[in-house]
Design a protein around this ligand. Structure first.
Ligand SMILES: [Zn+2]
Length: 681
């Protein structure tokens, strides 16, 4: 569980393929630095008090259409592309020059070479996925399902459920085994049951996509159509037992520690010990069964259907997981559904971008070392840490001044704040990949071995003390997160770059952009979810009933505000799904502005380009959210993502800020002045 600044999906397009060939030889040069504060982005024909987002971003939006291989295009994407270009340079160098490489450079170089070797991948056909499919087809009895599923999980196939190690919510110093819901091909449970035309269409197209994947593997069209129906039926049954995204935000709904014996009683058709034996799990007595109803649903699927039904579902899951490293026809079919239909992208991203993404995903802390050396000097790390301390001081003042919170609860909140650990840029200790074998020319094998390496790494953590130095994001990632179970904030080097952060830029802009990002993550410790965990990262109520009641009432203001925002057609933002993020955006902006005022008090700044420091702060904030999205992507985000639409991340937040109204001289009746304004922190 972790709460980030933006949807992970912005950089992870599931649909993938190979229209553009890599040039192979020439190492790409990073593009020019992206500017922090962009005067040319502003549309002066818009009144900032009417619609601040279109004032700050209007011209940028007009001049930056969505590239054909993307489903959205914003400032995050600009930085992501710049990071990708740097990573490409590193990977091309290490893949071309095979003499005298260090161990990690051999791994990243040969991984990338193999991924880029489309001719080699084409020549192998479906051979690389055949062992997985054969293991499924070879079953003669349902009792073999746990062992076969265990084998698939080891190779990264996410069928039925997910299994890994996570901190025990109530004793967060120790990792425990965790079995969670999983095994669905659509982004959320609700997609299986909604009856509006768009949802029905998405399901029909998914069924067609599944059938096409079966045909590509060699099934007859009739058989494939029947099998696709079976997969949809199984997934719908699994979805019935699943929680939706909003429900999953409630820690109480995803924490059910039980003995292996009790889990076995709930799912008698699935022999858990066979599964644990196959995956070579260490022994343990109890585990977190995050969603018990899901395991019951899985049990019903296995018990109430014949073996062929389970086989068909597992074959689909295996093909789906393997698609990126299979021949072009699979890659393009995968893109057609997950890229084009679900997200509205027109073209597949060039192969090199996908291979950079996979290398980052599988070998992120090997590749990240070179990225950090190139982009993140020690002074940037030191300056970021200083900003985090300034933001923490502002949040401390803010909590101290709250009128709705009693002294006893404040004391607890301040204790929690003082113990937040700040992790900046990259891990203190890099992950050891020495046991992972990367073979030049074996793209699928490298992917399978990387998945097994990660799966085993998770298993090794069971019943061990939690390593809080570990990172949940790789260094080049353009994102950040707060982890409530560890009470720490994490800012990868990838986001500590222009336009989010420029340690040479003026304070007003830096506090408006990266300062709000830092404030956002700190505030996650105190949103509707984070506030349920204490300073140690344990799920424990530290609130008086009266304070909790007040808190919930104030949060409700945000729920109602964001429920009112329309994203596309009749699709509204879900105020409850996005509550934590909206709380973090609003609190983050407020405390970052407080921190800026503290800094300006001793180091005043002038008006620049006609904008006061306050105005530059708000422009700096708004401009990190300039973003064009396809209607499909906007819909997908509103329905299944915890983060609000970019326009409302700006207008929803600034309209609650009296500092904003003051900075821009907005009248009380202006659209960007909410009355009453919502505020928690
Ligand atoms: Zn967040």
């Amino acid at each position: 569980m972790r709460r980030s600044i933006l949807m992970a999906g912005v950089v992870l397009l599931a649909g993938i393929s190979a229209l553009a060939q890599a040039t192979g030889g020439s190492a790409a040069k990073p593009e020019a630095t992206i500017s922090s504060f962009d005067l040319t982005a502003i549309d002066k024909s818009v009144d900032p008090c009417n619609d601040f987002y279109h004032y700050a971003c209007g011209t940028w939006l007009k001049n930056n259409p969505i590239p054909a291989d993307q489903s959205s295009w914003g400032r995050f994407n600009e930085l992501h592309e710049r990071n990708q270009t740097i990573l490409r340079g590193i990977l091309e160098k290490q893949s071309a020059d095979t003499l005298g490489r260090s161990e990690i450079n051999q791994k990243i170089g040969d991984y990338y070479y193999s991924c880029m070797d489309e001719a080699g991948i084409e020549a192998k056909g479906t051979g690389p996925v055949k062992p997985a499919i054969d293991s499924i087809n070879g079953m003669t009895d349902k009792s073999q399902i746990p062992a076969v599923l265990g084998g698939l999980h080891r190779g990264g196939v996410r069928a039925f459920f997910g299994f890994d190690a996570e901190p025990d919510f109530k004793d967060s110093k120790v990792d425990i085994a965790t079995a969670d819901q999983g095994g669905l091909s659509l982004p959320d449970k609700d997609y299986y049951f909604k009856t509006d035309a768009k949802s029905v269409e998405l399901r029909e197209k998914l069924e067609k996509h599944i059938a096409k994947m079966f045909v590509l593997y060699g099934e007859s069209p009739d058989q494939a159509a029947a099998d696709a129906k079976t997969v949809m039926k199984v997934e719908t049954e699994l979805a019935k037992g699943s929680l939706n995204r909003t429900e999953q935000r409630d820690p109480a709904k995803i924490y059910h520690k039980m003995t292996v014996g009790d889990l076995q009683k709930d799912s008698p058709a699935f022999m858990w010990n066979q599964y644990f034996t196959t995956i070579q799990s260490p022994t343990f007595d109890s585990l977190n069964v995050a969603v018990p109803d899901f395991m019951k649903a899985m049990n019903q699927v296995i018990a109430n259907n014949d073996l062929d039904t389970a086989k068909t579902y597992l074959r689909w899951q295996a093909l789906h997981a393997a698609a990126p490293m299979l021949p072009k026809a699979f890659v393009e079919e995968n893109f057609d559904y997950y890229g084009r239909t679900l997200r509205g992208a027109k073209e597949l991203r060039p192969r090199w971008k996908r291979c950079v993404q996979y290398a980052d995903g599988d070998l992120g802390e090997a590749l990240g070392q070179a990225y950090v050396a190139e982009t993140f000097p020690p002074e940037a790390k030191a300056h970021t840490l200083q900003m985090v301390h300034e933001l923490e001081a502002a949040l401390k003042t803010d909590i101290g001044e709250l009128s709705w919170m009693s002294p006893g609860t404040k004391k607890q909140a301040l204790e929690k704040l003082s113990r937040i650990d700040n992790k900046i840029g990259y891990p203190n200790k890099w992950r050891d990949y020495s046991s992972l074998n990367i073979v030049r020319g074996d793209a699928m094998g490298n992917s399978l071995r990387s998945n097994l390496f990660e799966f085993n790494r998770q298993l090794a953590k069971i019943s061990k003390p939690v390593d809080r130095n570990e990172w949940g994001m790789t260094p080049p990632t353009v994102n950040a997160y707060y982890n409530p179970l560890e009470n720490n904030v994490n800012f990868p080097a990838g986001i500590l770059q222009p336009p989010f952060y420029d340690y040479k830029a003026d304070d007003a802009i830096n506090f408006g952009s990266i300062g709000v990002v830092i404030g956002h993550e700190l505030t996650h410790g105190f949103d509707d979810e984070g506030s349920q965990f204490d300073a140690d990262g344990n799920l424990r109520n530290w609130w008086t009933p009266q304070d909790k009641e007040q808190f919930t009432k104030l949060e409700d203001c945000f729920v109602k505000e964001y429920d009112g925002f329309v994203v596309v057609d009749d699709v509204h933002i879900k105020g409850d799904l996005t509550l934590g993020e909206n709380t973090a955006d609003n609190g983050g902006l407020r405390i970052s502005h407080m921190a800026l005022l503290d800094v300006l008090a001793s180091n005043p700044e002038k008006t620049v380009d006609g904008f006061t420091p306050d105005q530059r702060f708000f422009l700096g904030y708004a401009q990190i959210w300039c973003e064009n999205m396809t209607p499909q992507a906007a819909r997908l985000q509103a329905l299944s993502n915890e983060h609000s639409d970019p326009m409302y991340r700006v207008n929803g937040v600034v309209s609650n800020s009296s500092d904003f109204a003051k900075a821009w001289g907005c009248k009380p009746s202006a659209p960007m002045v909410r009355n009453p304004a919502c505020r928690v922190w």
